[in-house]
Structures are given as C-alpha cells and as structure tokens.
Design a protein around this ligand. Sequence first.
Ligand code: NCD
Length: 360
Amino acid sequence: MSDQKELSDISWKAFNALSLKEKGDYFRADGHTLIAQQFSRGQLEALCTLATRIKRINKRREGANFLKTLLSDKRAMLYFAQPSSRTYLSFNAACQILGLDTMDVRDTATSSEVKGESAEDTLRTFSSYADMIIMRHPAGGFAERVAWMMAHTKREIPVLNAGSGADQHPTQALLDVYTLARSFEKTGGIDGKHIIFVGDLLRGRTVRSLAWMLTLYKDVTLYFVAPDSLQIGQDILDLLDQAGTKYVVSQDFASVMPIADAIYMTRIQDEWDVEGEARTTDSSDFRIGAEHMDIIKDTAVIMHPLPRRKEISTEIDNEPRAVYWRQMRNGMWIRAALILSTFGREDEVNQYYDDYKPVA
Ligand code: NCD
C-alpha cells in the first residue's frame, strides 16, 4: 500500500483540522498548487531553473515552436471570480507558451451562478471540459475545497490557486522568490538577506504567502513595516517562530531602509474594509520615492506585486533598483514552469536545453 496522502482518503472535516504543512503534503501528492506551505526549497529552486530555461528556449522561433507542442493535448480553465489583470494574463500567456488551450470565466455574472448554481457545482462542470483549473476567488480556502471536491468526485485534475481571499497567493510568491533569486544571483542568493515588507500586511495575501516561503532560506531577516491597524497577522508570526526565522515588526520605515536588500511595497487593500471599521489609516509614511534613493543600498531591489497606487512614486520607475516591472514579467515564466511540472513534462525541456544550450 502506498503511504502517499491522497485527498480522496480524507473527510473534509478531518482535512480542515490539519496544519498548513500537513495540508501541503496532500496538495503536493495530488498535483495541486494551493498554499505556499506545500513547497520545499528544492522545489522552488527547480522551478526557478526551469523558468529560466523555458524563457531562453522561447527566445528562438524553433524553441518557441517546440515549447508549444509540450502541452498541446491539454486544456486549462481559468476561473477568476475577482478582479485580475496581471495574474490572469500571465497565466493565460504561460498556457499559450506551452500550447495549452484555455477557456475562461472572468465574471460570475455570465455563469449559471446567477441562476442559483453554487460555485462548487460550476467548478465541477468546468472540470468536465478541462485538464486543469486555475482559479481566483474572494473566499479564503475555497480553492482547497474545490480540490478536495474533485478528489471525491473522481475528477482528479490539478487546481492552481491564483489568489484566495486575503489569505494565500502562492504563485505570486513563486514569482517573488524567482525575482529575489535572480536579483541576488551574484550576491550569494536569498540566504542571509534583509527583506522589508511595507504597507497593508494584514490583508496583503502576497506577503502572507511569500513570508512563509522565505522561511526556507537560511538566516534571512524579515521586517514588517506597517501602521498598527494593518500589521501582519499573528498566525504568520507564529509560523515564522516555528521555522526559526528572524523578524522585526515596526512602524518606522526610514530606520530600516538603509539595511534592506529587498523592499517589498504593497498597496492598502481597502476592498476588504468593513463598514464602520477604520482600517485605512494614514499611510503616507509607507511610501518610497526619489528622496529615498540615496538612503537605500546600491544593491537593494524595490519590488511590488502591483497594482500600485501612490506607495511607489513613478519618478523611480527607471531606477535600476526598481524591479517591479521585471518581477511582473517573471510571473509568466515561473507560471509556465509550474504548469509544465504539474503535468510532469519538465524532462522534455531539460533535454532540449541540454541538447541545444540556448544562451541568455
Ligand atoms: C495582488 C493580489 O491580487 O493579491 N495582485 C497580484 O496578483 N499581482 C496584489 C494586490 O491586489 O494588491
């Protein structure tokens, strides 16, 4: 008997009682990408290497044509029940690079959900037409429920979480790790770096997923800089404590700027504001602009998951240390790498790469 943990063997209640790490073992075994906690450092490194290989192979027409054959037998369903530009487009582009056909629902007002169908039934329907579901949903944990449901309806197709509630955004964390790894390629990698998160850390799902992934690196120090009412959740700090990752919680951006290797800015997520609750406080101290460029290190990078508002001044867009546009492009390559390895087809890319050795 196999000791692999399979979602089809566990009740929803028992599953919900598991820790994130334990849930991650189930997701990994079933080929889903749902939470940051399911990744190991080795897997992150393999995905980053694969992303760079795909990018290089794609530079030449023969290479691009080869990539398009890899998943031409597959179809993906993109179900985005929340606004999205970058994540949706980069997943769609990643599918195109690999020859995967895509279908989408971007507005639940155009689906039978308006006739009273549950989102679960809608997704069960989609699963009949597709080999993979890529989904974004406002309810935290809903993508997990969908994956569990698939296993229990014997329609076991992978589910990729493209953002769930204010909780998880594992593929954004992948592209953030990829961006950090590439930015620090010549300075010893991510190990030992000081990474500063700024803005709405309470409801910014990208920070929550990335902070955990960074626990996989040695001697990193994380700084959480936010107004008190928007500070990072205790649940994330508990995970960092368990992992033995150092962190500092602060409101004083100026004092930590000079030690930063990476500054990860975020916008105020006021779509989650509850009426009558004054979450959205004055955030003017939590911005970066031209006046800070002399204070931060020459080797530092400034990141943002985008969309931005005023927390990064457009004056610094052409600054070499501003990597947020590159970070966004990295999303397409790492998502292509993730999709390819989800279908277990990465060996073909590695073989092609070794045979033709495309250069950067
Ligand atoms: C983020 C998100 O949706 O969580 N956007 C993204 O995917 N790049 C960040 C945000 O909306 O602020």
